[in-house]
Design a protein around this ligand. Structure first.
Ligand code: PLP
Length: 454
């Protein structure tokens, strides 16, 4: 790797002078000085000071196959020389978009034979809003417009994506949500389950969808959208009864089921798609992140045959982005998927590492006095910081506790994320057993350090 061309202080000064960071208090950040990440290899990041950092967040839940894969760089390079850009708007297409689309049909659940491309997950969800409304209009029910989503869900940062999302702190900025979107509670047993068992609560949380459909009138409801496992909301793993009941309700009322697979897709839960893990049959799936392992921006909507048929027979769909099906992005994504297949990365993660890592995670934290609701699934790992474990007393200012804990992790060269009062992780799917040991040992060390500070 080439060494950085400026000093850390120079980089930080220029960053502070010119760069507005996403989801950040830029003034506070500038006073603190952003960490400058210069390169990465495997599951490790390196900063401008030469520190080696364990990336237990896969970037932002995206670098599933790990950093530094030459094949992806090579695919981008070759495609840039061959055909760096062309569109697919005006009676043209090109080999990379064709290859990727047919590959996606191969790895996606049965009946998903079509894809619409975007540059991101947010654009994928915006596309879905237009697509489902257009679908119902084509079927002669243009009033079926409302999409039901969930509190604390995350579906992106565009006006449509943030409206579908259930993050109040996002709604407060920019006058969201837009009309035609309703929210129901999230299936978060630990926070909302009360006296109910997880299974009982899973049914109750799912039936909030039925109540909302009846309240709005089924003739007005287009679809329900949810992440199979809520990621940015804090790795909220729903009780086993939740998704089957959601499926039953969607089937019963004839509304579309949308799975936002931006995080869950491409192996995170241990299945190719989170929907498969839960045995549900969505009509549309949003994909991004792991589609290219984050090496290049690309997202999309996988469309089930039932919906695709109506859309395709319905004439013009007046929607698209300059970079929909960008040839370089498609070439990189196809190479990424072939690597997942060829190296059996998801299978190996399931067979060799995920159960072992889950055991280590639970052994380290189940008895920890300041930790509760220790959870894992596939390569998702999370825990809740609590004031008193015995009485399940949560911190009044849980999010600042978690942010403090995250800073301790970063100081100790471990990237985890703080969400509400949870500490969460989603390491690259190529993490080995030895690296899982390192991850859990580091996380335990950091949480112990945080505990000593209290
Ligand atoms: N949907 C989910 C479930 C996500 O986690 C994210 C991003 O974190 C998005 C959508 C938005 O994707 P993007 O940031 O690529 O627009």
């Amino acid at each position: 790797h080439s060494s950085p061309s400026r000093s850390t202080a120079e980089y930080q000064a220029l960053d502070a002078a010119h760069h507005i960071h996403p989801f950040s208090d830029t003034a506070a950040l500038n006073a603190y000085g952003s960490r400058v990440i210069t390169h990465a290899e495997g599951i490790y990041l390196y900063d401008s000071e030469g520190n080696k950092i364990f990336d237990a967040m896969s970037g932002l839940w995206c670098v599933n196959i790990g950093y530094g894969r030459q094949e992806l760089a090579e695919a981008a390079y070759q495609q840039m020389l061959q055909l760096p850009f062309y569109n697919t708007f005006f009676k043209t297409t090109h080999p990379p978009v064709i290859e990727l689309s047919s590959l996606l049909a191969q790895v996606a659940p049965e009946g998903f034979n079509h894809v619409f491309y975007t540059n991101s997950g947010s654009e994928g969800n915006d596309t879905i809003i237009r697509m489902v409304r257009h679908y119902w209009a084509l079927l002669g029910q243009p009033q079926k417009k409302t999409i039901i989503a969930r509190e604390n869900g995350y579906h992106g940062s565009t006006i449509g994506g943030a409206s579908l999302g259930g993050m109040h702190y996002m709604h407060e900025q920019g006058d969201l949500p837009i009309p035609g979107i309703a929210h129901i509670e999230q299936p978060y047993w630990y926070a909302n389950g009360g006296e109910l068992s997880p299974k009982e609560y899973g049914l109750k949380a799912a039936r909030a969808l039925e109540q909302k459909i009846l309240e709005l009138g089924v003739e007005n409801v287009a679809a329900f959208i949810g992440e199979p496992v809520q990621g940015a909301g804090g790795i909220i793993i729903p009780p086993s009864t939740y998704w089957p009941e959601i499926q039953r309700i969607c089937d019963h009322y004839g509304i579309l089921l949308i799975a936002d697979e931006v995080i869950c897709g491409f192996g995170r839960t241990g299945s190719w798609f989170g929907s498969q893990h839960y045995g549900i049959r969505p009509h549309l799936m949003t994909i991004a992140k792991g589609l290219s392992s984050g090496y290049i921006p690309i997202g999309g909507v996988l469309v089930h045959d039932t919906v695709a048929k109506v859309l395709i027979e319905g004439g013009d769909f007046n929607h698209g982005f300059t970079y929909s099906g960008h040839p370089v992005a498609c070439a990189v994504a196809a190479t990424n998927i072939r690597i997942l297949q060829k190296e059996r990365i998801i299978e190996r993660m399931n067979e060799d590492v995920a159960p072992y890592a889950a055991q280590l995670w639970h052994d380290a934290f189940d008895q920890h006095p300041l930790v509760d609701d220790v959870r894992s699934l596939g390569f998702f790992f999370a825990l809740t910081l609590v004031e008193d474990k015995a009485s399940r007393k949560r911190f009044e200012h849980g999010s600042s506790m978690a942010l403090r804990c995250r800073d301790i992790c970063l100081k100790n060269q471990l990237v985890m994320r703080a969400t509400g009062d949870s500490m969460i992780a989603a390491p690259p799917l190529v993490m080995t057993r030895a690296q899982a040991e390192e991850f859990v040992r580091l996380a335990k060390q950091c949480i112990d350090e945080y505990a000593r500070e209290l």
